[in-house]
Structures are given as structure tokens and as C-alpha cells.
Design a protein around this ligand. Structure first.
Ligand SMILES: *Cc1c(COP(=O)(O)O)cnc(C)c1O
Length: 360
């Protein structure tokens, strides 16, 4: 290794920590640690995937024309300005890699998404972390962190793990305030769960420096398949496309995502179920003395009074076979992020925490 040196930034990367998926000695584990859809994959996607499985010997489409056309139709966007990636993570990687490098800065907020500093380091750029105010993105803090070295601002809206959403007027103020040489990326991974929110689509449609990213991993239930997309100015998409591998998405992934995006009813039903159970869970958590903001996503962030109390609550959930996500790495050592499940699953969470409170 002595003469072999990695590119700048790579050794600064702390590996991404995913949500736990098993508990020792527990059967019937309820995984509420990765914001997955409790209803499973969109059924239309399973059908499409099954139908295209026999084409696996063929190379997939390189231009993703059918999927982009479906996205364009459903979301009323221009297909030529859509780019698809291996999850929205890859779309984010296209923009960071194509538009930043050593000496450049990428701004993200304190409780945005733990992939952001990783993506900055992957590109050799410097991640700049900006504080939030009461777990909500602070537009002024972002704007005052912008320098002439800033190339990209990564905004998760709604945020993960906060679940909070910056109001539209504030997002517009941010877009108005960033200089023209900076790309504002609005990561709308949870858009479908946020009532009346467009995920940044209107800004991405009209501004020369705004890119929106979206994913099939959350409400569509296709996290294991890895498909996401971005929408933005044509010249930015053209640059990103040059570094996209021609066969980044498999035939089955493309066909499943195309079927999923057309299944509008499924998305509406899942969003409605989530809204009901989310309200129920937030109400119960607050009653149990765990602080909790309103959420515009499919998870809630419960905040215990102390780290010890959070440890105890997590242990009680684990003892009942329920996996949740601790978010110390996101700046919330006393936080517990809980994915909103279906009615039975939410009942199980509430019962476990109620029993814990009663016993302590
Ligand atoms: C889950 C999530 C994503 C989605 O990542 P994929 O690569 O599309 O699975 C993106 N951003 C945020 C903030 C997320 O929480």
C-alpha cells in the first residue's frame, strides 16, 4: 500500500450504517428501522418483474426511455430532463461527482441524510455541515455558509431522521438566495407522504440551478430493487448522463419501476394508511412522555429525555422483537427513529412502549 494512495477524501469516509435487520434469538422480528413500506412491494411491480424475468439474458435499455416516459406522464415533467439511477443515492452521486471535486464545498444540514458527507468525500469535495434550528432546516444558516467554493447544496426535504419539512416559501427563499454557480439539490425521498408537497418539482422545472431527486425505495416499496430518478435543467442532466454507466439499471428494475410509477392508486392508499398510523403513533408517543415532532414522512423521531432513557426504550422494543433506528450518528443520541407500520405493527410498538413505561 505504501506507494498506492487513494484519491483525496476517500479515507475520510465513515461507512454508511444501514438499519438493523435481525435480532439474535428473536423470531417474527418487526423491522421498523429502514423506512420501508409495511405493505411490501407495489403488486404491479411484482407482476412486471415476473413478466420480464425471462428477458434477463438481454442487456437492458441504456436510455431508460420507457421508464422516463412513464415518469414524465405521471408527474407531468419533460422526459428529456429525467435521469434514472441505482436508487436516488446514485442520482445524488452523479451530481456530486460531475459538479464538484477537491477544493470545492458541498453544503448539507445537520440532520439531513447520512449519505451526504459520504457523497461529498467520494467526489473529493469538502462536506460543510450547517446547523438546523429546532430540527428544522435553517435557510439563513445555509445561505451564510455559502462561499465561492460552494458548488452544491444538498437539502433533504422532508428531512431524515427529523421527518420535518421546510415550508414551500422557505424552499423558494433558499432557491432565490443561492448564487447561480451553486446547484440546489432537493432530495424528495418522502414526497409522497407529505400532503400537498411537490418535492421541489416546480423549482426544478423553472430554475436553472435546481435539481430534484426522487426514489422508488420508500412508498413504492422497492428499496431492494434500487431505482431512483432526478429531474432538473437539461444541461445539468446532460452532464450527469455522461458519467452514468450505460447499463446501471437492470431490465427487471426498469420494468418494475415503470409499473410502480403508473400505479397511482397504490401510492395514494399507502399514503393514507401511513397518515393514519403516523398520527396514532405520534399521539401515543407523546402520551408516553416521548417528545415527537409532526412528521411529513413514513417515520417519526421519538426523543427521550436522556440517552439512558432512549437505551431503555429501545431495549424494551427489541425485547418484543421490534427493530428501530438509533440516530446518534445524525446528532440525536437520545433519538429513536421508528418507521410507521400498518395498524397491527403500530399497535405492537405502542403496546411495547406502554408496558415499558408501566414497568419503570
Ligand atoms: C431513503 C432515502 C433516500 C433514498 O435512497 P435510495 O438510494 O433511493 O434508496 C434518499 N434520501 C433520503 C433522505 C432518504 O431517507
Amino acid at each position: 500500500m505504501t506507494r498506492i494512495t487513494p484519491q483525496p477524501g476517500i479515507m475520510d469516509i465513515a461507512l454508511y450504517q444501514g438499519g438493523a435487520s435481525y435480532l439474535a434469538d428473536v423470531e417474527n422480528v418487526l423491522k421498523l428501522s429502514s423506512n420501508e413500506n409495511p405493505a411490501g412491494p407495489c403488486p404491479a411491480a411484482i407482476d412486471a418483474l415476473t413478466r420480464t424475468a425471462s428477458d434477463m439474458h438481454r442487456y437492458p435499455s441504456t436510455d431508460h426511455a420507457a421508464l422516463r416516459a412513464a415518469i414524465a406522464e405521471v408527474w407531468n415533467v419533460d422526459a428529456d430532463r429525467v435521469i434514472c439511477g441505482v436508487g436516488s443515492d446514485e442520482v445524488l452521486q452523479f451530481v456530486t461527482q460531475a459538479f464538484s471535486g477537491p477544493g470545492d464545498e458541498i453544503i448539507h444540514t445537520a440532520h439531513g441524510f447520512s449519505m451526504y458527507p459520504i457523497l461529498a468525500n467520494m467526489a473529493g469535495a469538502t462536506p460543510v455541515c450547517v446547523p438546523e434550528r429546532d430540527r428544522i432546516v435553517d435557510v439563513d444558516a445555509i445561505l451564510s455558509a455559502v462561499t465561492e467554493r460552494t458548488r452544491i447544496v444538498l437539502l433533504a426535504n422532508p428531512g431524515n431522521p427529523t421527518g420535518t419539512r421546510l415550508p414551500d416559501a422557505e424552499v423558494v427563499r433558499l432557491a432565490d438566495g443561492v448564487p447561480e454557480h451553486v446547484i440546489l439539490v432537493i432530495d424528495g425521498a418522502y414526497t409522497e407522504y407529505a400532503d400537498g408537497y411537490d418535492g421541489g418539482l416546480a423549482l426544478a422545472r423553472t430554475r436553472p440551478n435546481v435539481l430534484m431527486t426522487r426514489t422508488f425505495s420508500k412508498i413504492y416499496g422497492l428499496g431492494g430493487l434500487r431505482v431512483g430518478w432526478g429531474y432538473g435543467p437539461r444541461d445539468i442532466i446532460d452532464v450527469m448522463t455522461r458519467i452514468r454507466q450505460p447499463f446501471n439499471l437492470s431490465t427487471v428494475a426498469l420494468s418494475a419501476a415503470e409499473a410502480a410509477v403508473r400505479d397511482i392508486k397504490w401510492v395514494e392508499d399507502c399514503a393514507a394508511l401511513n397518515a393514519d398510523q403516523r398520527a396514532r403513533l405520534i399521539g401515543a408517543l407523546r402520551q408516553l412522555g416521548l417528545a415527537c415532532d409532526e412528521s411529513d414522512t413514513n417515520f417519526v423521531l421519538a426523543r427521550a429525555a436522556t440517552v439512558a432513557e432512549a437505551d431503555a426504550a429501545e431495549a424494551a422494543l427489541n425485547a418484543d422483537g421490534i427493530l428501530v433506528r438509533r440516530v446518534a450518528g445524525y446528532g440525536f443520541p437520545e433519538g429513536i427513529r421508528i418507521t410507521v407500520g400498518n395498524a397491527d405493527q403500530t399497535g405492537r410498538v405502542i403496546a411495547a412502549l406502554t408496558e415499558w413505561r408501566n414497568a419503570s
